[in-house]
Ligand binder design. Structure first.
Ligand code: PMV
Length: 354
């Protein structure tokens, strides 16, 4: 390896799961397949600067350590370092040159810090893209397809859902018999037909509670081991992905709403029925859900909600009803948001080299 120093910068978006990943096996292998919309505005921008260590006097051995500095929004951030350290340990087998370099990782998010929006998907994806750029600089012959597959595989080792933030508007992660190319190892662009009804789909994220999560997703995934409903739940995820495949093709928005809302509530039902049990929804989460149901009943506008592992509500709807839905959000939902905050986002395309 002859590359002495340089830098890359990538942005990677967050994503919102429609069929949820909840439960995993060893090595970040998901217990069930999931599918998500890639977001456009909520993203992490990460610069990776690298300098080759002076190795004239010694060879790198496995007892050497990784060498990196971490800046978050321009300031040194010690408390993120253990996560990065663990990530590097997991990916070293795929990128054996890592210990030959000193890295400066300089990262920032486009969404407010501690907004309760998980930054692990966008953050780990942005970092994985940068390390792949370094590998490509060392091995220029690799194909684009290989580049993105391996980037997603690396991102998965940082945070499972991060593998769905690499490339494509609708991304499947996890082996599903009738979805060609789907695999537990990395996310792939949903390969089948998607009806125009899902073009430019909107996601307005209502920030209900910006506090730190009481239960991390790592603990949550673990609680699916020995969970009384785990097996049925994993089978249901396959069924719902199958249903969504048909819905994407036909453009059936009512069918979409049923699958997506049921998936969100099932995710939280798994939390409520694990041992120990826990609740991440807040009273205002339920107020918002009820208001969405009432609005949908009264107007027949195809708006629905989903949740990730927290209290915030993602409001999903087609672009052609954006004005009415945003008016409804301003009139009836903003009052349930912490400091009235919400973020307007929509389907996007994945990571970008800057
Ligand atoms: O990527 P993790 O380990 O933080 O898990 C995320 C799990 C959910 O966001 C709750 C669901 C999903 O599929 O994104």
């Amino acid at each position: 390896h002859t590359l002495e120093n340089g830098e890359f910068q990538w942005s990677a978006p967050s994503n919102i799961a429609l069929v949820k990943y909840w439960g995993k096996k060893d090595n970040q292998i998901p217990a069930n397949p999931s599918v998500s919309f890639t977001l456009n505005n909520c993203k992490t921008i990460t610069k990776l600067a690298f300098t080759k260590k002076d190795l004239s006097t010694k060879r790198i051995t496995s007892s050497d350590s990784f060498s990196f500095d971490l800046l978050f929004e321009g300031q040194p951030k010690e408390d993120f370092k253990p996560k990065i350290q663990k990530f590097l340990e997991r990916i070293e087998v795929y990128l054996p040159f890592l210990k030959e370099y000193h890295f400066t990782i300089d990262t920032q998010n486009t969404f407010p810090h501690s907004s309760g929006i998980a930054s692990s998907a966008s953050g780990m994806a942005a970092l994985a893209m940068n390390f792949m750029s370094l590998e490509k600089a060392l091995n220029p012959a690799m194909t684009d397809a290989y580049f993105y597959q391996k980037a997603s595989l690396l991102a998965r080792l940082g945070s499972g859902s991060a593998c769905r933030s690499v490339k494509g508007q609708v991304v499947v992660w996890g082996n599903q018999a009738n979805i060609e190319g789907s695999t537990d190892l990395y996310g792939v662009e949903f390969p089948n037909e998607i009806h125009a009804n899902f073009k430019n789909y909107q996601d307005t994220i209502l920030l209900v509670d910006k506090g730190e999560k009481q239960v991390s997703s790592t603990v949550g995934h673990d609680l699916m081991h020995n969970h009384p409903y785990a097996e049925r739940r994993f089978a249901q995820a396959h069924e719902n992905l199958d249903a969504l495949k048909a819905i994407f093709k036909s453009g059936d928005l009512d069918g979409f709403i049923k699958v997506v809302e049921s998936e969100a509530l099932t995710l939280h039902a798994m939390m409520m029925t694990s041992m120990p049990y826990f609740i991440l929804m807040k009273p205002n989460t339920l107020q918002i859900i009820n208001a969405i149901w009432k609005f949908r009943n009264e107007t027949q506008i195809p708006v629905c909600f989903t949740l990730d592992a927290g209290a915030n509500v993602h409001v999903l709807y087609p672009k052609n009803v954006i004005e009415k839905v945003l008016q409804f959000i301003k009139d009836e939902l903003v009052g349930y948001c912490q400091n009235g905050q919400y973020i307007c986002d929509e389907i996007g395309n994945g990571a970008i080299l800057l």
